[in-house]
Ligand binder design. Structure first.
Ligand code: KIV
Length: 271
């Protein structure tokens, strides 16, 4: 399948059409201007300014510490790079769980101060009021179910979610509730492939999977994992397309060698 670069701007409407015609949606995370420029030029449909920035950009163990101001900084950097992709920004932990007014205020700050195109919230029925309020204000919302990293201390582990019937049933009713509330898409993270299919088939809006099997309407990965920057992180669902850790490590060593060996800068590399 070729990359649809003729699409001028990806919209929620275009993502819906992709589901209808069976074209898979490509999504990666992005946190900064340089990476977002490459990913947008390459033709990604959706860029997610994920709160995984807390892990891969800031070095925190979880996504919990990142703040709304920090998310806005990352999102504005990505937006400045993007010409085509639809850019979604995570509402960080603590910026929407209090009540729906707080959620709306946080979403409005993201939209106004970064220029993003939509926001993502983790959770189902328990955050429906917030989802509705944000959508009523005209802001597109992406849902996120299954493994929701902002609840890691409730789960206790990063293992596959919804393997048991009760949790699977809750997920099946949550996807329908998020769709009824007006979400334009839902991320499904680390759930059995069969459940990913069942949830996807039950919806008119697209699902975007990460460790949720091949039947989702699209796939998302954390870009730093996908390009091999996160050393030693190799969950089963991850396909690593290049090992940039090795490449950059090698380049850094070559640079050290050249500087210390008086090889850099040479005659042509000076004024
Ligand atoms: O923050 C993030 O990177 C995410 C993806 C894993 C979907 O939410």
């Amino acid at each position: 399948m070729s990359v649809h670069k003729e699409i001028k701007r990806v919209t929620t409407h275009i993502l819906q059409e992709m589901k209808q015609r069976g074209e898979k949606i490509s999504m990666l995370t992005a946190y900064d201007y340089s990476m977002a420029t490459i990913l947008d030029d390459a033709g990604l449909d959706v860029l997610l300014v994920g709160d995984s920035a807390s892990n891969v950009m800031a070095g925190h163990e979880t996504t919990l510490p990142i703040t709304l101001d920090q998310m806005i900084y990352h999102a504005a950097s990505v937006i400045r790079a993007v010409k085509r992709a639809f850019v979604v920004v995570d509402l960080p932990f603590g910026s929407y769980q209090g009540n729906s007014k707080e959620a709306l205020n946080s979403a409005i700050r993201i939209m106004k101060e970064s220029g993003a195109h939509g926001v993502k919230l983790e959770g189902g029925e328990e955050i429906i009021e917030s989802v509705q309020r944000i959508i009523t204000a005209g802001i597109p919302v992406m849902g996120h179910l299954g493994l929701t990293p902002q609840s890691i201390y409730k789960f206790g582990t990063y293992t596959v979610r919804a393997k048991e019937e009760e949790e699977a049933n809750k997920l099946k009713s949550d996807v329908l509730a998020l769709q009824a509330a007006g979400c334009f898409a839902i991320v499904l993270e680390k759930i059995p492939a069969a459940l990913g299919k069942e949830a996807t088939d039950s919806l008119n809006i697209p699902t975007i999977g990460i460790g949720a099997g091949p039947h989702c309407d699209g796939q998302v990965l954390v870009v730093n994992d996908m390009i091999g920057l996160t050393k030693g992180f190799k969950p089963r669902f991850l396909r690593q397309y290049v090992n940039l850790y090795e490449e950059i490590y090698g380049a850094a060593q070559a640079y050290i060698r050249d500087v210390k060996g008086l090889d850099f800068p040479n005659d042509k590399e000076q004024y």
